[in-house]
Design a protein around this ligand. Structure first.
Ligand code: NAD
Length: 253
């Protein structure tokens, strides 16, 4: 029970890695706000957690709306009394074309979800963490936030920005007892994988030989274990950094 009585919010928790993180946190004793734009999916996850003896509350959130994000964090406090762990995991995968072909609307939308969505939630949660002089933030970046080859200009830039935001937040609030880290997953089997089919036309196949070094794709549960470690006291000296979980893909670049 590594997270006994901790209160956690996980965004993008109706599916994929967010769902696995919410389930693992609950099984480790946390009270979990299962937040997603897909409320039906979030409710199904919360129900599953409850059926397994855990404690969860589903919340509808579109991370591009500050009022939704505010409501998500207020709900954690109202339902469970406080907030200890914020996992900013919601994201979309698109925008693989090179910079010469970027369309403003698409760029703005991807950044609004993947990057500004992370900022909005951290900004709203920080006063709670500052008040307690304690708190953990985990942001889901991507191996696309670490290299330029396989995630396209817009998606890659949005995830590089998440890593920059994570490092600055870790640095700025370290002395206040708050830790902020990112996870950079690569090649994990989730619903988002369906968007990857568009990537080949933008040069993704040129990295195929590198991808072949990966023994296999990852499972959401394997990323959830990283998120559990980072949220727990076992990671008490880990701050402002990125943990890559990609089976060795990035190492091969
Ligand atoms: P997924 O599609 O299974 O889950 C993403 C979840 O985010 C979905 O439940 C979706 O409804 C939710 N979501 C999307 N837009 C939202 C919004 N505006 N507000 C609130 N919720 C929203 O995919 P996943 O692979 O589990 O993705 C989780 C995170 O991991 C994303 O940030 C993604 O960019 C990142 N990621 C995935 C991979 C991979 O290989 N799967 C690799 C690197 C990074």
């Amino acid at each position: 029970m590594k997270l006994k009585d901790k209160v956690a919010i996980v965004t993008g928790a109706a599916s994929g890695m967010g769902k696995a993180i919410a389930q693992l946190y609950a099984s480790e004793g946390a009270k979990v706000v299962v937040a997603d734009i897909n409320l039906d999916g979030a409710e199904a996850v919360a129900k599953e957690i409850a059926n397994n003896g855990g404690n969860a509350k589903a919340v509808s959130v579109n991370v591009i709306k500050q009022e939704d994000v505010d409501n998500m964090i207020d709900t954690a406090v109202k339902e469970f009394g406080t907030l200890d762990i914020l996992v900013n995991n919601a994201g979309i995968m698109d925008g693989f074309q090179p910079v010469g072909d970027i369309e403003d609307d698409q760029w703005d939308f991807i950044f609004d979800v993947n990057t500004k969505g992370v900022m909005r939630a951290m900004r709203k949660a920080l006063p709670i963490f500052l008040d307690k002089q304690a708190g953990v933030i985990i942001n889901t970046a991507s191996t696309g936030g670490l290299n330029g080859a396989h995630a396209g200009a817009t998606y890659g830039a949005s995830k590089h920005a998440v890593i920059g935001l994570t490092k600055n937040t870790g640095f700025m609030y370290a002395e206040k007892g708050i830790r902020c880290n990112a996870i950079a997953p690569g090649g994990v089997e989730t619903n988002i994988g369906s968007s990857m089919k568009n990537m080949n036309q933008f040069g993704f196949e040129r990295t195929k030989s590198v991808r072949d070094v990966m023994p296999r794709t990852g499972k959401p549960e394997e990323i959830a274990k990283v998120a559990l470690f980072l949220a727990s006291d076992e990671a008490s000296f880990i701050n402002g950094t990125v943990v890559t979980a990609d089976g060795g893909w990035t190492a091969a670049f």
